[in-house]
Design a protein around this ligand. Sequence first.
Ligand code: PSV
Ligand code: MN
Ligand code: MN
Length: 404
Amino acid sequence: MERSVSSLPQEKQERVWRALDGLQIEIPSWGFANTGTRFGKFIQAAAATNLTEKFADASEVHRLTGITPTVALHVLWDLPGGEGSVAQVKELEQTYGVRAGSINPNLFQDQEYKYGSLCNPDPVVREKAVQHMLASVRIAKALDSRDISLWVADGSNYPGTQSISRRIGWLEEALKATHNEMAPTQRLLVEYKPFEPAFYHTDIADWGMAYSLAKAAGPQAVVLVDTGHHALGTNIEQIVAWLLHLGVLGGFHFNDRKFADDDLTIGSIDPYQVFRIFHEILSYKTWNKVHEDQIAYMIDQSHNLKGKMEAMVQTVMQAQELFARAALVDQNLLAELQDSCKLVEAEEHFRGCFYTDVRPMVAEWRQSRGLPANPLEALRTSGYVEKITEERAAKNSNTQSSYA
Ligand code: PSV
Ligand code: MN
Ligand code: MN
């Protein structure tokens, strides 16, 4: 369609490069450690066996891609000493040149949380969980981390076994207490998930519940969208548009899924959906004021079949390329076509951008920033994976694999 190429190539390139300049992605510490499914785990010789190795791997991903300066940390897995582990993290930040990113409280592994954490009917267990939240906020403060990223596994498996409504009240109290502990610059990200590990009811099951809880907690609480945490067929980009409209889109956990929370590589199953999500963001930013760093883009994947380093670099590239494709959309043209209800022309422009191979353009952007044109290729030729395989193989052969 003629109209779909209304911008000059130069303008297009500038738009894409501007978008790429504004994109940073946080990588998860747990993406480098041995993980698996509930049926079993396949140990990788090169997997990180401690926090130092996780930082080393994260630093290498940042060296190759240039856009991953922060690492998400899970308190129980990465800071087993709680606030006592902060000094070690600070040292690792210095050594490896990547910073601690979001701090993830862990309220799902302690035996006491069998019937819930912040929503447990036992006030003693609830209090323990709240104290963990407060400690997580203090850890984040000490590390200068803006975001505390909360996911609760709470819920129930059988109808009638728990009071759904009383648990709402307990959650609100807990999130208010957490909010009170935060510095004015910090944020509480509230993540939702429709099911698993609870199968009948999950206490924070969808974006409406997360939004309502964030509102009850206070102005610094916002919603986190994990792309895997939706029923199949859910229009995730519409949820994103709503959260943007309401000013509460705190960030993302990137992954993809075929059936449920499969934690596959972002865009590996449905890249068009990721494109559509990015489009909603870029479109909203065209017409409204949004601070560039208001949306935290984070990866939540831990691969057990793909090599961890390769998977992480591939994920970052995939997200970056889909973001670039969304930036190709000429927002003025699209708005004009939408307003005049030129449906086919609008769709042709939209999907034309999606089908454009932006890899050469992104490679040029990388080179202009002194980065490898193809980070995955650069990883392969760097010898890094061989080096860590050699260093860690013996340690991993004894591993009873777990996230930690
Ligand atoms: C839960 O499925 C989740 O998406 C939460 O974000 C956890 O922190 C993470 O996975 C652990 O991998
Ligand atoms: Mn998640
Ligand atoms: Mn998940």
